[in-house]
Ligand binder design. Structure first.
Ligand code: F6P
Length: 322
């Protein structure tokens, strides 16, 4: 027998498209005649009882907005065994049998722990980084890519006008997917990602000189946040090549903005699937996109999967962008 009363929360870094997922969870649950609650500010809301019953209209007009209408937080209290137990007790007191957790790996670890205390949980991957191993796609990734691409196109205008080099840092602490894909889309001359070690002379200076010998006069280098030292790198490039170089850190601009169609549609499909799982009595599952198909995995297995970086695409990118 599945859950009759469920809750939805967003946790960790926000991502455009989370609102579409929340809307899908609420509307799907109501369509299955389940009670559904919105939990404010991630796991903190469960601990504090900051929870409100949702109706069809509670999620009207949120899908087109970035951020999350439920707000989000990282909860140090929930990261303790006592915190998890307290949250499970609060769920029981409110009659909440299942929780849909929209967030990243850290949020899924919380969901797994809450399952251990007897509350059915389903994870929905929401993070701009696309760094969750079990899924080809995380909610927010497409919007972040398009924002980064648009920003770098703008940077290119001024870089080109001055015959300069621009080193642009994009988000991605452990994962170079945003860097690789925007790099291909903007035709950057080099891409630095945490997954692939680089050699300053070979991969940057020599490439710039080779490009220069074919008539190139301006250069874009995309660096993932996890590689770090973006300002230092820009100074080093200027010193080694004599080419005026500027650093730009795009930062949190990549986390905001109206979600793209892809993010809204994937989020809606994932939110629906999460509720269907709870309705059918499933627990401790994470929803994922494999190719264009929505699937689900055991959370513990999903958390143990190794993430695979597309090194082939990385090599293709290097061949195209010179
Ligand atoms: O995980 C998403 C992300 O945007 C990362 O790319 C980035 O490193 C991190 O969150 C930033 O977190 P915060 O907003 O807490 O500074």
């Amino acid at each position: 027998m599945g859950a009759k009363s469920i809750a939805v929360l967003t946790s960790g870094g926000d991502a455009p498209g989370m609102n579409a997922a929340v809307r899908a969870v609420v509307r799907s649950a109501l369509s299955f005649d389940m009670k559904v609650y919105g939990v404010m500010r991630g796991y903190n809301g469960l601990l504090n009882g900051d929870v409100k019953e949702m109706s069809m209209r509670s999620v009207s007009d949120i899908m087109q907005h970035g951020g999350t209408a439920l707000f989000t937080a990282r909860s140090p209290e929930f990261n303790t065994a006592e915190g998890v137990k307290k949250a499970a007790d609060k769920c029981r007191a409110m009659g909440i049998e299942g929780v849909v957790v929209i967030g990243g790996d850290g949020s899924f670890r919380g969901a797994r722990d809450l399952c251990g205390e007897g509350i059915s949980c389903i994870g929905v991957p929401g993070t701009i980084d696309n760094d969750i191993a079990c899924t080809d796609y995380t909610i927010g990734y497409d919007t972040a890519l398009n924002t980064a691409m648009e920003m770098i196109d703008r940077i290119r205008d001024t870089t080109e006008s001055h015959d300069r080099c621009s080193v642009v840092e994009v988000m991605g602490r452990r994962c170079g997917d945003i860097a690789l894909h925007t790099s291909i889309a903007v035709g950057a001359m080099a891409t630095l990602v945490p997954e692939v070690p680089y050699d300053f002379q070979r991969d940057i200076v020599d490439r710039m000189k080779l490009a220069q010998s074919t008539g190139k006069r301006h250069y874009i280098i995309v660096v993932a946040e996890g590689v770090g030292h973006t300002q230092d790198l820009a100074e080093k490039i200027q010193e080694a090549t004599g080419i005026e170089t500027r650093a730009t850190i795009l930062g949190h601009v990549q986390r905001g903005g109206s979600p793209t169609l892809r993010d809204r549609v994937v989020a809606s499909r994932m939110g629906y699937h999460a509720v269907e799982l709870l309705y059918n009595g499933a627990s401790n599952r994470v929803v994922a996109l494999k190719g264009e198909t929505i699937v689900d995995y055991d959370i513990t297995e999903a958390l143990d999967m190794p993430r695979v970086f597309d090194e082939n695409l990385y090599r293709i990118s290097a061949r195209l962008s010179i």
